[in-house]
Design a protein around this ligand. Structure first.
Ligand code: ZN
Length: 239
């Protein structure tokens, strides 16, 4: 059970299989009885199930678990400007095109779309689907041509960082799992500093994805809440 494209339509949940070796059917006739018990495909990634979405038993028991993951943030640059300039119908078309294209690029590389925040999103690579080269998977997804190359829309900025995260349900009102910690914060701050069409990749992620980042320029950034300057690789989204 390895790598991307072949799993475009997995029959069993890749998260349950990778994390607990439990085969939960999500496609085909075997999936039907599961659906009647409310277990179906997740909206975070159609190759995992809604049990994964509500967090695993292992996660639940310990409330949260520690894992190593690559976190990707992406958002539409100049969104508030854009929303003043164009009508809400056109705006919602742009946002849904952005969210759809990002989701497909992320799913193609086994990541999950963990949060969608209107003009932005957060994706997790290496949980619940295990990915040997998760930094590479995230950078490759980020390089997939997207909204940034379309005619009118203002473009997208992306941040990618790899490190330890805590995964669990941190809200008592919503039963969604997410990742928190310094790794997530740094990925978000890198994204905030990315110009249109830029993918800012931390040195930690870049070291795990040398083939994709070795030729990229390095930029030293002053990030909010971090005292020392943070170097990052600057990749440009390809058209
Ligand atoms: Zn599952």
């Amino acid at each position: 059970m390895k790598s991307s494209a072949a799993h475009g339509r997995a029959r069993i949940c890749r998260g349950c299989w990778d994390q607990r070796s439990v085969p939960i059917p999500i496609r085909g006739p075997l999936a039907v009885p599961f659906r009647t018990f409310g277990i179906s495909r997740s909206k975070m990634n159609p190759n995992i199930c809604t049990i994964c979405e509500r967090a695993f038993r292992r996660v639940k028991k310990h409330r949260h678990i520690s894992a190593t993951a690559t976190i990707l943030f992406a958002d539409i640059r100049g969104y508030s400007n854009l929303s003043e300039r164009i009508g809400s119908v056109q705006l919602s078309d742009i946002v849904s095109a952005f969210q759809d294209q990002c989701a497909h690029a992320i799913w193609a590389h086994d990541g999950i779309v963990n949060k969608q925040m209107g003009d932005g999103l957060m994706a997790i690579f290496n949980f619940p689907i295990k990915i040997e080269r998760h930094a590479e998977a995230a950078v490759t997804a980020a390089l997939t041509p997207r909204l940034g190359e379309a005619a009118d829309p203002p473009g997208v900025g992306v941040g990618v960082h790899t490190g330890p995260v805590e995964i669990g349900e941190f809200s008592t009102v919503r039963s969604d799992f997410t990742a928190i910690g310094d790794t997530v914060n740094l990925a978000a701050r890198l994204e905030a500093q990315a110009a249109i069409g830029e993918i800012l990749v931390s040195t930690e992620s870049a070291a795990l994805a040398p083939g994709l980042t070795a030729d990229a320029a390095t930029r030293t950034l002053a990030l909010k809440g971090i005292e020392r300057p943070v170097p990052a690789r600057v990749l440009i989204a390809t058209g």
